[in-house]
Structures are given as C-alpha cells and as structure tokens.
Design a protein around this ligand. Structure first.
Ligand SMILES: [Zn+2]
Length: 194
C-alpha cells in the first residue's frame, strides 16, 4: 500500500504557482492522476485528502502510520528551481530495525526508516533521470515527514526549465510515469527484503 500525501489544502493554499494557480490545487490534480495510474498497475494507493480540505500534519502522519504504508510520497510544487526536488528526513538515523518493535517517538519516528527512505528516493531518482528530468536531492527536517513510520520521501515538482512550466501536460505525464515506475520497482525491492 502506497500513501500519497498531496500537501496543503483547504485554508492552506501553499505556494502561488505561475498563472495564479495555488499549489494545493495543482498537486491535488497530479496526485489523483498518480493514484489512478498506480491502481491501474495493481499498486494499491490511497490519498490523505481527496478534496480541497484542510488537513493537519498529525492527521497526515496518522494515515501513513495506521495503514502501515510500504511507501509514502509527500507531494509539493514550487515555481522556482528546475526539475524535481526530493527530500528525505535529516533526523539522525536510529539504531537497528529491531528498535521498531518498541514504541517510536512521534516527533522522530522517521529516524528508524532512514535507510528505506533513501532507497525509495534512489528508485525515484533513477526513474526520473531516465525521463531526463533534472533531480535535486536534499535532506530536511519537517512535519509530517519526521513523524512517518514508513519509507517516506518529499517530492517537490518545479518547472523543467524556462520553456517548460508546471502546466506543461507532457512534463506532468513524464513525472507521473516516472513516479509510478519507481513505486513498481520499489514494490519488488520491498518484497525481497527480509
Ligand atoms: Zn508545498
């Protein structure tokens, strides 16, 4: 099961993208299309919000954690930068996986999933690079990412270059295709894990 988390929503519009389109709407449309493509390929996925609703970070993390997600993709968009920016948590990695059987501290649950999150990010990086989309990898400490007890990556979509804005449908299609392909690869990886 994959959890797709379209950021913002409701009272929180997110960034103002080109043409005055708020991030919350752009990313919702993209998330719905990715959701449909994943389900068509036999990868069960759910959305943390299915409309223009306000959703706090604890609720987003609770959805990922209570469904024991195999992967969580937190979707954002920005009008600055180039290509796709991906972030994993910058929390210091926690000890061995056995520690997971104990209760995880809510604020730093992601620390126990750092290796898996980096592998998921690597699968997405490969798929995007194959589509010739520039990728920037970074670490950050934000909610709800840090509270997610599952492999989780923030995917922030920027325009490709000055000639290819976020609204370019072919560009959007390439990103959705790459993310779906990466999650398929991830599912195979995931099944092979001990
Ligand atoms: Zn955002």
């Amino acid at each position: 099961m994959v959890v797709l988390d379209p950021a913002h929503g409701g009272a929180d519009a997110g960034a103002l993208l080109g043409a005055g389109d708020p991030e919350k709407n752009f990313i919702m449309t993209l998330a719905i299309r990715l959701h449909a493509l994943l389900n068509a390929r036999g990868i069960h996925s759910i959305l943390t919000r299915d409309g223009d609703t306000t959703l706090d970070n604890n609720t987003r993390a609770t959805i990922a954690n209570s469904t024991h997600a195999a992967a969580c993709v937190l979707l954002h968009a920005t009008s600055t930068g180039n290509g796709v920016h991906m972030y994993t948590s910058s929390l210091p990695a926690a000890g061995p996986q056995d520690a997971r059987r104990a209760f995880l501290p809510w604020q730093t649950a992601q620390a126990s999933y750092e290796m898996e999150s980096l592998r998921l990010e690597s699968d997405m990086n490969s798929a995007l690079t194959r589509q010739h989309i520039p990728v920037l990898l970074a670490r950050t400490s934000i909610m709800p990412l840090d509270s997610m007890a599952c492999p989780a990556v923030v995917v922030e979509i920027a325009p490709f270059d000055v000639k290819t804005p976020l609204t370019d449908l072919t560009y959007q299609e390439q990103i959705i295709e790459a993310l779906a392909t990466a999650l398929q690869a991830w599912r195979s990886d995931w099944r092979m894990q001990p």
